[in-house]
Design a protein around this ligand. Structure first.
Ligand SMILES: [Ca+2]
Ligand SMILES: [Ca+2]
Length: 639
């Protein structure tokens, strides 16, 4: 049975002959529904073997989510008895899971403003063990959310900086060593490395970090990327410790940098203890043979979809080693919600980025966000939606009346449409709707969004070709792209290494290359201006200067955007607030172009602020026509 389980994709707890594709059955056996009389306690028998773990390992008082379902794992908990030994809590229920190794123990935790330890006695098979659950007052309140005033910096932690070489080679993992010559092996980057670069983040000017998952990924292959989580309550020891993660969050906050945690609800890694030992069959979607999702989010909204395609999309596995979670199972749903609340509170998060959002059960994601927002209304939540046109992306916007599925309540969506449009604007000749005109069209679609300024905008990320390579390593094109990213609308996100012109376009392992200078034995250190080439410093300074200007002049970050219909490959727009109006002009042609501002708006003076130098035409007697340099980006203030 076990062998079949490890090698197959169908339910290990069911007879294969009874298999069907979908499960709606839950196997819950109520055991106890009353609080035990503490006067009849049986003396505890010494045994550390009965219980292996309890999730969550701690909780907080003063939470809206004050009825917590603890998942207790042991060797054999058949006929287990649970009693509350001490602590201010009410034992609401104990349920056995389908697997004899698990119990669901539900406690109601009252609001008491002091630390306490809840002690539970668990008895099964003539063994007895006391479990202690620390309860602390909730303290994460009134924190800063993430807005379009911020600039996010995205980090692949295995590849950014190795602050602790001692955790590179740890025993007990499928991948217990590192090999920096192999793009898909672990390279040794860690939390300590990120913590050591806070001055660098401040130097570049970013105000939030989105770090790819740092939870345990004890997988045999490609465990470096972090998206095949094997323990939702454990920082991967090769990344660091819980204490280091909490300290990183605190250090970032002290330096004005917010923290976004990357979370995965669609799947686990197949070495997750909850998949190696399945609590209940219905925690997962099972298939007779491995069935990969079709990656088509359109099957959620397409009025002509087939149910076949829809179920393959939502219940197919993301990859062979990523079992798909059935969040319709109420215990799994609570497990995932509680895990989220645990990390927000313990790590003092400002935001969450949801991986593979469209692949999850949409009812679950809606109830998940309702629960999270009830306790943390200021938390910024952005979903990864990787679609190819505006309508499927828009489908995931909050409060969308025509969605006909549960409200997402999302704050933001990853704006792949702007990402595609910027690339096309710089790599394709302008046509009626092509080239730079596509950028115009995508932004014109913003009327559809509830809050387009909350979209996360980006030129590239850890899953796609690096922008500098996509733009043919043309530094002028890159500066236009960065200029748009940092002055259009949305919350800009810069993938680490863009500032030093990383350019790989093929292969995830290479796109996620090491940051030179992040490893003790690196001979080049691009964290310093001295270690960067002149071109790299130009890119770095361009980003840094625009971020500084955004901070000095909020109009550039959060002001009203007014765009003009592009003309002959010239795209221009204004950003304005009560204090300033800025004009951003870009020429995507590889030749100089004339531009006459007075045709479009009135002004007393156009004051050059930043970017490529622009001259008034020598033939223009009254300074009316500008000559835009080829492939240029210039920022003016209109006075
Ligand atoms: Ca390390
Ligand atoms: Ca799924």
């Amino acid at each position: 049975m076990k062998t079949r389980f490890l090698s197959g994709f169908n339910d290990p707890l069911l007879n294969a002959g009874n298999f069907s594709v979908k499960f709606s059955r839950y196997f819950l056996i109520p055991l106890i529904f009353s609080v035990f009389n503490t006067g009849i306690l049986v003396a505890q028998k010494k045994s550390s073997q009965l219980i292996e773990r309890i999730d969550p390992p701690q909780w907080w008082s003063g939470m809206c989510w004050n009825t917590v379902e603890f998942l207790v794992k042991g060797k054999d908990l058949t006929n287990a008895m649970v009693e509350l030994v001490s602590g201010s809590a009410v034992l609401k229920s104990v349920l056995s899971a389908k697997s004899s190794k698990y119990l669901y123990v539900t406690l109601e935790i009252p609001e008491i403003p002091e630390n306490q330890e809840i002690k539970l006695r668990i008895k099964a098979n003539k063994k007895s063990q006391i479990l202690s659950i620390p309860i602390r007052p909730k303290t994460h309140k009134n924190f800063q959310t993430i807005t379009s005033s911020d600039v996010i910096y995205l980090i692949t932690p295995d590849r950014f900086a190795n602050g602790n070489p001692a955790n590179d080679h740890l025993k007990g993992f499928y991948q217990s060593s590192t090999n920096r010559n192999e793009p898909y092996d672990r390279h040794g980057g860690d939390i300590a490395g990120i913590a050591s670069k806070i001055d660098y983040f401040k130097e570049i000017g970013v105000s939030a970090l989105w770090i790819s998952p740092v939870l345990e990924n004890n997988q045999p292959h490609e465990s470096y990327h972090g998206y095949a989580i094997t323990d939702l309550y454990k920082i991967d020891p090769r990344m660091g410790t819980l204490e280091e993660y909490i300290n990183l969050s605190a250090s970032l906050q002290q330096n004005g940098i917010k923290l976004i945690k990357d979370m995965v609800f669609n799947h686990f890694g197949d070495k997750n203890y909850l998949f190696v030992d399945v609590p209940d069959s219905s925690w997962y979607h099972w298939w007779p043979n491995f069935t990969r999702t079709n990656y088509r989010a359109t099957t959620l909204m397409d009025p002509y979809r087939s149910e076949f395609d829809h179920s393959v999309m939502t219940e197919g596995w993301f990859d062979t080693h990523m079992p798909d979670l059935n969040q319709k199972n109420p215990q799994l749903a609570r497990y995932l919600i509680q895990n989220t609340l645990y990390w927000i509170e313990i790590a003092k998060l400002n935001g969450i980025r949801i991986d593979t959002y469209a692949y999850c059960d949409q009812d679950f994601m809606s109830s998940w966000i309702e629960a999270v927002k009830k306790d943390y209304p200021d938390l910024y939540i952005v979903a990864e939606i990787w679609e190819h046109t505006v309508p499927p992306q828009l489908f995931f916007d909050a409060d969308l009346p025509q969605r006909r599925l549960a409200n997402t309540h999302l704050d933001g969506i990853t704006d792949f449409q702007l990402h595609f449009a910027i690339q096309e604007a710089l790599n394709r000749q302008p046509g009626w709707a092509e080239g730079v005109n596509k950028l115009y069209y995508v932004l014109a679609s913003d009327y559809l969004y509830k809050a387009p300024e909350k979209l996360v905008t980006f030129l590239d990320n850890h899953d796609v070709a690096r922008i500098y390579g996509v733009l043919g390593k043309d530094l002028q094109k890159l500066k236009i792209a960065l200029g748009w990213l940092l002055t259009l609308r949305g919350i800009p996100c810069i993938y680490y290494g863009t500032e030093i012109l990383m350019a790989h376009t093929d292969g995830h392992g290479l796109i996620r290359q090491d940051f030179p200078g992040g490893w003790p034995d690196d001979t080049i250190n691009k964290f310093t201006a001295k270690g960067r080439t002149p071109d790299e410093n130009e890119a770095f300074n361009f980003i840094n200067t625009l971020i500084r200007l955004r901070k000095k002049h909020p109009a550039l970050a959060t002001g009203k955007l007014t765009q003009y219909v592009p003309r002959n490959g010239i795209y221009f727009y204004t950003k304005s607030d009560a204090y300033n109006t800025f004009l951003i002009i870009s020429n995507v042609n590889n030749k100089p172009m004339p531009f006459t501002p007075a045709e479009f708006f009135e002004f007393a003076e156009l004051k050059y602020v930043y970017g490529d130098l622009v001259e008034w035409s020598g033939e223009s007697e009254n300074r009316q026509t500008l000559v835009l340099p080829p492939t240029s980006f210039t920022l003016f203030r209109i006075q």
